[in-house]
Design a protein around this ligand. Structure first.
Ligand code: AMP
Length: 284
């Protein structure tokens, strides 16, 4: 694996591959890599000739400074994991490299109501920051494929809109959620969970799975009430839990009326905020 921290060096390497007709698949991450991230690299290796992973803890997508400061930074261990996963290129720029003109440049894409609902309601500015960094990274890497995880459902929905709007010549590829053996969605934040809370954190996936099992039988409001009770037990505090249309991300009333249905949630587990989702019905 080759590692680069500057754009010219990365682009020189990529240019060589592109000139030889090699396809590039790119997985942007913030590091503290786990099996979910490795699945992105595996997918990249499956569908393209060259896999590129970036590790950059993007300051503009954190609305709480403390969360940014506490975000795990583990470049050495991450490098090893990527090497083992046969990642071809690691790009790990610093802030000045990504934002040479500072971080206040804004974005030239209107996220619309997707930037106001669900995650965005509780993390104002998060998706603007995410769009800012993804646009910038796509501009730098210009990959054939962008690999992202289903774990961040609203994120990839917005990124697809960005790609469509800007007519970017990159195909977005989504991989399923990688989970721990008890069902907890893998996350770089999981290592910060209190031990006792970690043991109970499977409640999130259990609740999502229950809703998926019952959604053709029970009504939506009853399922939401059930979830609200489950996800406010002990150290858990539910921030939102919605059963939404997978395209519009708007809450549904009748399951049968929609071809694509996903259940999305954010839950505080003690001091740590976790997100998860489950697809109940997927349009072909
Ligand atoms: P992050 O480093 O958290 O910004 O995530 C980088 C990419 O990895 C995003 O596309 C995430 O959706 C994806 N990702 C994070 N956790 C998981 C997971 N448990 N399963 C699948 N993809 C994931």
């Amino acid at each position: 694996m080759k590692s680069y921290s500057t754009i010219p060096n990365l682009q020189k390497a990529l240019q060589k591959f592109k000139a030889n007709g090699k396809s590039i698949a790119f997985a942007p991450t913030m590091g503290a890599l786990h099996q979910g991230h490795i699945a992105l690299i595996n997918r990249a290796n499956e569908i393209a000739d060259i896999s590129v992973c970036s590790i950059f803890v993007n300051p503009t997508q954190f609305n709480v400074k403390e969360d940014l400061d506490k975000y795990p930074r583990l470049l050495e261990g991450d490098s090893k994991k990527l090497e083992e996963a046969q990642c071809d290129i690691l790009f790990h720029p610093d802030e000045d490299e990504v934002y040479p003109d500072g971080t206040d440049q804004g974005i030239d894409f209107d996220i619309g109501y997707y930037g106001e609902i669900l995650e965005a309601e509780f993390r104002p500015g998060h998706f603007e920051g995410m769009v800012q960094v993804v646009s910038r990274l796509l501009d730098i890497v210009q990959p054939d494929f962008l690999i992202m995880g289903q774990k961040d459902f609203q994120q990839f929905t917005i990124v697809q809109k960005l790609i469509d709007f800007k007519k970017i010549n990159t195909k977005l590829d989504i991989i399923p959620i990688a989970r721990e053996s008890d069902g907890l969605a893998m996350s770089s934040r999981n290592i910060r969970l209190d031990k006792g809370i970690r043991l109970k954190a499977d409640i999130i996936h259990q609740t999502l799975s229950y809703v998926k099992r019952r959604i053709e039988i029970d009504n939506v409001d009853d399922l939401k009430m059930y979830a609200e009770k489950q996800l406010n037990e002990g150290p858990f505090r539910m921030e939102y839990f919605e059963i939404v249309d997978g395209f519009t991300l708007q809450p549904i009333e009748e399951y049968e009326d929609h071809g694509y249905v996903v259940v999305v949630t954010a839950v505080w587990a003690g001091e740590i905020r976790l997100i998860d989702n489950i697809i109940c019905k997927k349009a072909l």
